[in-house]
Design a binder for this molecule. Structure first.
Ligand code: HEM
Length: 149
């Protein structure tokens, strides 16, 4: 978060944005930002595209999905700081090895790293009292984008 001195801050409930449809305070706009579940859902879809792009030899697309996913992890931390430590540990220990395998275009290493990442997601979901959320890589390629080379 950007640090402003208290005297420089204007409370978000006093600043109003207007659209053609309504007026919203800055606090209300902040509240409307995607929460963890939406971002996780997007992350999971990108994981799927990343896996099949690499398997299809479209390494550029796979690396692109990885880079966008790292941004998502950082966005999650920003909107839900209580998960910051776990998200950073996941990035360091599980997601960076996936990135290294992608960089090296090393499919066997990527498969191992993705497996470890998925196993870790089960562990984190369990830790945060959501053991019923178990991400699994689908056994078919995504409908879009085209993952072939
Ligand atoms: C491969 C890595 C991961 C994948 C693919 C993944 C995927 C998902 C999916 C699909 C959901 C359900 C979203 C929905 O439909 O509402 C979810 C929820 C969730 N994930 Fe992850 N996840 C991963 C890693 C993590 C990590 C490292 C954490 C650590 C904080 C985490 C914490 C959570 C929590 C707390 C929820 C529930 C959302 C909420 O309570 O608002 N996940 N995840």
């Amino acid at each position: 978060m950007t640090e402003l001195g208290d005297e420089a801050k204007i409370p978000g409930d006093r600043v109003v944005g207007r659209t053609r449809h309504t007026e919203l305070t800055v606090d209300e706009i902040a509240e409307l930002q995607h929460g963890l579940s939406d971002l996780m859902d997007t992350f999971a879809r990108r994981f799927w595209v990343m896996a099949y792009a690499a398997r299809g030899g479209n390494w550029e697309l796979a690396r692109y999905e990885w880079r966008e996913s790292v941004k998502l992890l950082h966005q999650m931390t920003k909107t839900r700081p209580k998960y910051a430590e776990d998200l950073a540990a996941f990035e360091r220990e599980r997601f960076n090895p996936i990135g290294s395998a992608l960089e090296a275009s090393d499919l066997p290493a990527l498969e191992v790293a993705m497996r470890a990442g998925i196993d870790a997601s089960d562990t984190y979901h369990g830790k945060w009292a959501k053991p019923y959320i178990r991400f699994r890589l689908p056994d078919r390629p995504p409908d879009f984008p085209d993952v072939s080379k």
